[in-house]
Design a protein around this ligand. Sequence first.
Ligand SMILES: Nc1ncnc2c1ncn2[C@@H]1O[C@H](COP(=O)(O)OP(=O)(O)OP(=O)(O)O)[C@@H](O)[C@H]1O
Length: 285
Amino acid sequence: MTNEALTAEAVNQANRPSAEDLAARKKVIEVNRLDWSFGTRQVLYDINLDVREGEIMVIMGGSGSGKTTLLRHLVGLMPPLPGKIKLLGKDMGALSRMQLLELKRRIGVAFQFGALFSSMSVSENVKLPLRELTDLEERTMDIMANMKLEVCNLSGFGHLMPSDLSGGMMKRASIARAIVMDPKLIFLDEPSSGLDPVVSSALDDLILKLRDAMDISVVVVSHDVESAYKIADRITILDKGHILACDRVDAVRNSTNERVQNLLHRRSEQAEIDPTEYLRRLAGD
Ligand SMILES: Nc1ncnc2c1ncn2[C@@H]1O[C@H](COP(=O)(O)OP(=O)(O)OP(=O)(O)O)[C@@H](O)[C@H]1O
């Protein structure tokens, strides 16, 4: 780990809420006894999880452990099951289609591959949720998109096409789009995949800044253990569809469970992920 990363980690460490502080906060996500099978194949087993207001929760686990399937449930891309998932206090399985849509407006999502439409400028990409979900005037949309681009250190880059951006800028642009509607909760899938450590560390800083400046709760799916140590308040580790650990960073990091340590110190598996296969699974094909 670089000295810079160590320092940033130490700063966040000092700012981390205590277990009591976290427990006293409102739950923005509540998962109760969630099981899921694809056909006869069970991939999630008795998932119980909560995320608290203002918390950064990092979900980790080996390839195929169920992270994407869980994420798809959380963002409403899987059929909602009554009593299983509450998002921002609402039972997703008890909502009408319109109510579910309304709820989805209050969350932001940045998926890992091909997050931006290549035929639109960066600014148009960021404005997309505003265009699709609001009746705001063009000028207002421009102002809102520019504000979010600025927060994501992309001021002045809105006119560029995605192909003109570096990997790190592309990720920041998809985060700008995820926050353009001022959500209270955002989901980031593998934000640091494919980035070198310096760029990845800058992205971690942006995630921390967003949480602090916008009072947002963040769920990050990641393979990157250094990033998790730096940004997370708590880490959840999935193992073959089961929650193996869910605790504050120090507790997970110092866990005496051999399986937890093996999963934490396994080399990054990002190279094994095939983008086409990832998108197919995300779409539920
Ligand atoms: N649509 C689907 N149909 C059938 N099986 C699926 C489907 N989507 C995922 N699976 C299977 O469910 C299991 C969990 O997959 P999931 O994508 O949730 O894991 P993951 O932890 O996100 O993996 P990775 O880190 O490789 O993205 C895997 O065995 C996968 O093959």
